[in-house]
Design a protein around this ligand. Sequence first.
Ligand code: NAP
Length: 284
Amino acid sequence: MQRILIQLDTDPLPSSFDRVVAIDAGVEQLFSYGGVTPQNVEPLVHGAMFTRKDLRFTALFIGGSDVTAGEAVLAKVLRTFFGPVRVSVMMDSNGSNTTAAAAVRAVARHLPLADVSAVILGGTGPVGLRAAQLLASQGATVRVASRSLDKAQAACQRLSRSVDAARLSAWETGSSAGLAAAVAGVNVIMGAGAAGAALISEDQWRAATGLCVAIDLNAVPPAGLAGIEPTDKGTERQGVICYGALGIGSAKMKIHAEAVRRLFTANDLVLDTEAIYQIASEIA
Ligand code: NAP
């Protein structure tokens, strides 16, 4: 039977990036739908559920630039399945799950995650939240940083509902004193701010004594963490191991493709943040 992937994209035009990865992951038939919402997705899911005898060969991929919209579509998809009549589904809106998984695996290459004390700058966005969730669920101590303390606190509350006994704290980085306090004493700094947002100067992040790993996920100049090159991939710079967006991006691509391949190994997989991280930890 041919492997059919049904791409449910919340943007009007389904992502060409996600389509290319699907084909490279061995998908034989790709059905791409744009403008997908919780209100219109049900018939598309029924079309996957009620057609083929072996449901392992049909799977769903939820994408699009709006991660909140993707989460709502995933929730509706899961409510549409019943009993064993279901197909596997992966959610990776805006690359949020695969990017966070790749970033956390980069940290794990250099430090046991239980020994990590990390600050995530721009930690309130979809990628930062997921990286914080994964680090916390692996036993790391995580500072969620935002220009607004209220936003950081709300993010920590949300995260503590999904990770038991998470060691999380909220930090304000809108002021230079707040930023200096947020990075003091950590061994990992991760920049997960918006594309093109400069988060911290090189002098400011280098002031963090004991820093081991610095990761900047932003590929759009200027850098989020000044002094890190997008192509850095385990590059040592004055004693700190650095990763830039392209350095993380190559692992992200591998994780994305492998997760798509895994969709076709069973008919009941739900590949969201933790499940995608599990796949990442097997291959990266
Ligand atoms: P996002 O939602 O656009 O932004 C994350 C956070 O950045 C926001 O919640 C906000 O936090 C902060 N922010 C926004 N504008 C800012 C500004 N002008 N100055 C400072 N901070 C600002 O980002 P995302 O979708 O989570 O993605 C995070 C990063 O990962 C982006 O740079 C994205 O391009 C990158 N990315 C990389 C890859 C890869 O393969 N390398 C893949 C996907 C995404 P507060 O308001 O709370 O401060």
